[in-house]
Design a protein around this ligand. Sequence first.
Ligand SMILES: Cc1ncc(COP(=O)(O)O)c(C=O)c1O
Length: 455
Amino acid sequence: MNDDSSGISKFFAGFLTGDAPDNEFPAHGMEPLSAMRMIEEDLILDGIPERNLATFVTTWMEPEAQQLIVRNLHRNFIDHAEYPQTAEIEQRCIRMLANLFNAPGETTGARTQGSSEAIMLGALSLKWQWRKRREAAGAGTDKPNLVFGGDVHVVWEKFCRYFDVEPRIVPLQPDKYTIGPEDVEPHVDENTIGVAAVLGTTFTGHADDIIGINKLLVELRDEKGLDVPLHVDGASGGFVWPFLYPDYEWDFRLEQVRSINVSGHKYGLVYPGIGWLIFREEADLAEDLVFLENYLGKTDKTFTLNFSTGSAMVLAQYYTLVRFGHHGYTQVMETMQANARFLAKKISEIGPFQLIGDGTDQLPLVAFNLAEEAPYDEFDIAWQVAAERGWMLPAYTMPPKADHVTMLRALVKLNLGHALVHTLADDIAEACETLEKKGGASEKERAQVKTGVGY
Ligand SMILES: Cc1ncc(COP(=O)(O)O)c(C=O)c1O
């Protein structure tokens, strides 16, 4: 008897016996379970996010936060008229972050998809404000430039290309992976829309000399009448410095800091899809960039690059802010820092490595490279720990003029506890032993190494 009451044959026909649709729009669908299983089988070939030591992005959230996310996936964030409480929760997050960053009074900001969108919007505002100042002075507006170091994330160059601004990039130096006022000064002129400084670079986790750059910009303003704003890219550091290094004044305590971006989905402890742009004062947001719309039942102000988007990560960010509070975030950051320091100690005990910027203010990570001659290099190590244990440990070369330096970097997030750090350090030591014996990775293995800094 051909009884298929269990639905098994439909399930099998669905995906176990055929190729995954990958080109033509499928003529027929498949059972929900088959679709789910088929996609999950594909994903088995991906790396395991918890073993991704390259990413700054959150790979673990509490079950309660996950429930909140799942229950709110159907809520379109932009429908402010229909979901006024969601809009209010966004504003609460903006006010709390402005408070964390020591804004002097009432301010404004925006929820974004991540720091990239926040930087595009913040830099657009710098451009618009600069143009307004130049027009008021009867001066030309056709040659805007933006000054930043080679230690920035690629999004800054992207902004310059997309929005027609000359990038003035200060190259790094062989032993100096951040920038300071002496690097910035030669590049600033009357066409500079702003200077961008990084709090927690992607490459080594350190901060530019933000205090020094601010001092320079204050002097230029007072002595030469050049009012150049400073934007701080706190994609990672914006949620770390206030808790680990509260005395370091990098934020709105400094006069020329007019805007700050931070990724909620990095050390803000939320899954991917949330960033924030915070202005010092309402007047720092160029009003021409704000659109008034009444499509959705109520006149609404929008300042975003996209329109419809999810609410879940905004709600998840509010969850983490109220769940942890200042005290809880401090504990979380101190835990990650303690584990990062433990990893740094274990790595230095392995032998051939030097730690980069150890003992200075840094994100909870370990940046290191080979200090001695070895029959293998950093890329070989990245390959070997991936092959032996599945760790995704990024190896990359530094930006120009430090590009002869190769780096390994391990992020220490909440899913990497003390015991796992121990295992990771042992795995790195074992990978080095294997490489020592075999004399480095083979050509075929080297060809498969994934290079790149990781985000
Ligand atoms: C310093 C810095 N700025 C900007 C970005 C881009 O952030 P997002 O991935 O949130 O768009 C990153 C990402 O790693 C970063 O490290």
